[in-house]
Design a binder for this molecule. Structure first.
Ligand SMILES: Nc1ncnc2c1ncn2[C@@H]1O[C@H](COP(=O)(O)OP(=O)(O)O)[C@@H](O)[C@H]1O
Ligand SMILES: CC(=O)OP(=O)(O)O
Ligand SMILES: [Mg+2]
Length: 402
């Protein structure tokens, strides 16, 4: 069975096509810089031995629909395509960031499900509209396929009330669903499970702290494979410092901006979501640019890097307290897998908590497989586990189809 996975982000669209009998990846790719002057499509195909052929295209991609049309053209290309026509796809698995309290598991998409995804637009304005657009487009293009939604929020639905409730009047939770939801759940689930398997902790009282550092960043405390706390909240704006999002901030700042600087609520929302985080402090949002500036001794980049990693460190402490210890801290996603400086500053000087980083091992730039970067006698293991949200989505899609 061929399952296509679509991970539509705010400015990108990642995809992978799987042959699920034996789980072979037929092709994968990313459409980046959607909506900007020039977009980039990187497309990789794989033969039965896993050998890779890569093509790269630069062209304007004004919206996700154009991006998806380009992807379909690559999939069905007469010479280099991996399928003959769109009817070869039996299912499309979609990443949907926010499922509110509607969904705690993977779901076949119906008109009613689409409506509920729409109802969650306000909770994830950078993500859910793009996710729904991807679903609507794929329904038209892949007419024989079952469309399935895998929610970022689902994995976090096991959190207890003491972790997911805000200390505000109860009716705001009961009548309006104002609570912590948490995101990146597919990734936290995938990497925590991989760490549990890797460390032989299946069936034991396992305590894993997962640190997902991409453009959006979040952490989770995972006890016995279940999420008990996470750093993103009602929306993907909360918690860690991110590429363009502020993360934790005193809500009084919002009123200050509105009352003293006459900003409208949507301007404040835009500021905290799109103009803050690393971008707000340094002018750059991509960690590669910030790393280069750091290495040149740029003081602003140095400050921002330490703000970013200090907050991760504080959450590590919080989650070790929440679980009364930890077996492992797991770094993942674009920054977590690639940036050894970020891992170093986030996980060094934690010997008091039993975390001993092996700096030489950590200095590897890129982890394509699970790597241990703590010393052999570290009580708490520090791992890099490359995430694979697309594989997790494909497996959950297959499971829901029975
Ligand atoms: N080699 C690298 N070194 C440092 N950071 C990197 C590297 N490669 C990618 N990144 C970072 O990873 C981020 C994207 O991560 P990703 O997990 O793809 O995020 P998202 O899914 O949120 O778009 C980029 O913004 C970039 O900062
Ligand atoms: C929820 C979220 O922040 O997703 P991403 O990191 O893909 O932007
Ligand atoms: Mg991501």
């Amino acid at each position: 069975m061929k399952i296509l996975v679509i991970n539509a982000g705010s400015s990108s669209l990642k995809y992978q096509l799987f042959e699920m009998d034996g789980t072979q990846v037929l092709c994968s790719g990313i459409v980046e810089r959607i909506g900007l002057e020039s977009g980039i499509i990187t497309h990789k195909t794989f033969d039965a031995e896993g050998n890779e052929t890569k093509t790269k295209k630069e062209l304007p991609i004004p919206n996700h629909n154009v991006g998806l049309t380009e992807v379909v053209a690559l999939l069905t290309d007469a010479e280099n395509g991996v399928i003959q026509n769109t009817d070869d796809i039996q299912a499309v698995g979609h990443r949907v960031v926010h499922g509110g309290e509607f969904f705690n598991e993977t779901t076949v998409i119906t008109a009613e499900v689409e409506e509920k995804i729409r109802e969650c637009f306000q909770l994830a304005p950078l993500h859910n509209p793009a996710n729904l657009q991807g679903i609507l487009d794929c329904t038209k293009i892949f007419q024989k396929a079952t469309q399935v939604a895998v929610f970022d929020t689902a994995f976090h639905q096991t959190m207890p009330g003491k972790a997911y409730r805000y200390a505000i009047p109860t009716e705001l939770y009961k009548e309006h669903g104002v609570r912590v939801y948490g995101m990146h759940g597919t990734s936290h689930k995938y990497v925590s499970k991989a760490a549990i398997d890797h460390l032989g902790l299946e069936g034991k009282d396992s305590k894993i702290i997962t640190v997902h550092l991409g453009n959006g960043c979040s952490m989770a405390a995972v006890r016995n494979g279940q999420c008990i706390d996470t750093s993103m909240g009602f929306s993907p704006l909360d918690g860690l410092m991110m590429g363009t999002r502020s993360g934790d901030i005193d809500p009084a700042v919002v009123f200050f901006l509105m009352d003293k600087l006459n900003m409208k609520s949507e301007e404040v929302y835009d500021l905290l979501n799109k103009k803050s985080g690393m971008l707000g402090v340094t002018g750059d949002s991509d960690m590669r640019d910030i790393e280069a500036r750091y290495n040149e001794g740029d003081e602003v980049a140095i400050l921002a890097t330490h703000m970013y990693t200090y907050r991760i460190k504080k959450y590590i402490g919080a989650y070790m307290a929440a679980m009364n210890g930890a077996d492992a801290i797991v770094f993942t996603a674009g920054v977590g897998e690639n940036d050894h400086g970020i891992r170093k500053y986030a996980a060094n000087e934690l010997e008091g908590l039993g975390v001993y980083l092996d700096e030489a091992k950590n200095n590897k730039l890129r982890a394509s497989d699970i790597e241990t970067i703590s010393t052999s006698d570290s009580n708490v293991k520090v791992l890099i586990v490359p995430t694979n949200e697309e594989l997790e989505i494909a497996q959950q899609t297959l499971a829901v189809l029975g």
